[in-house]
Design a protein around this ligand. Sequence first.
Ligand code: PRP
Length: 262
Amino acid sequence: MTSTVAAPRHRPAETVEQSQPSAASGQTKQSLLFALPKGRLAQDSLSFLEQAGLSIPTDTESRKLILPAADGSIGFVMAKPRDVPTYVEHGAADLGICGLDVVRETDRAVYEPLLLPFGHCRLSVAGPAGAPGVSHAESLDAADIDADPASSAQVPGTPLRYMSQPRIATEYPRLTRQFFDERGVNAEIIALGGSVELGPILGLADLIVDVVQTGTTLRMNGLVEIRSILESQAVLVVNRASYQLKATEINRIIERMRLLTA
Ligand code: PRP
């Protein structure tokens, strides 16, 4: 588990004043505002916070946008997962939970003090079984993009590295571009907002890059995993100014969480 505060990447240092949370948290009675992801990480996030001894909202299905903890100590925002790092970077929320995949894709300047023990999945390249570059169903290696041409010549199909311009449907255009660029593959990235498995099925794309958790979605749509490009799990993200200005409260939360990740 990560136990140190990861420095934000690729961003010039801002002053504390620039990114200090004020708007949202200033309008609430709570001293801390916590952004949680809606969807598949929501319940695990709430359960984890409760196990860590934090007071959580009693009615998370409410249409209210800011939900107070049962004891009024913290405010919670249930946000689209992709928006969590944005809220936290800009100081609209002091802390947040989201997937590492989302943090890497959005590339926001936030601290990442702790990986959390849930939400494990991977971001993978996948494609239709039998398609060029997908020559060995269930194998992550046989048609690997990094495959040695000599060894990939042993398996039927065209190694991905030789596809001239594969079209890749994905919700992760930044990570996908980076992955293929690093391997000298001139991929055409087709950014979609969800259900990217439809890309190859409808002929929009040759391959996809998407989250794989159980593998059920791929299997049910006739796709096979070719290569994992990022291992992901839930991560705590913290606004940089809050981390200094509310150090006592935030460190208390981090330490409680850390006890559950040991
Ligand atoms: C994610 C992902 C896959 C699916 C993978 O979709 O995009 O479709 O989960 O999970 P599995 O390996 O357990 O089948 P999600 O349900 O989050 O919705 P989305 O398609 O809108 O991203």
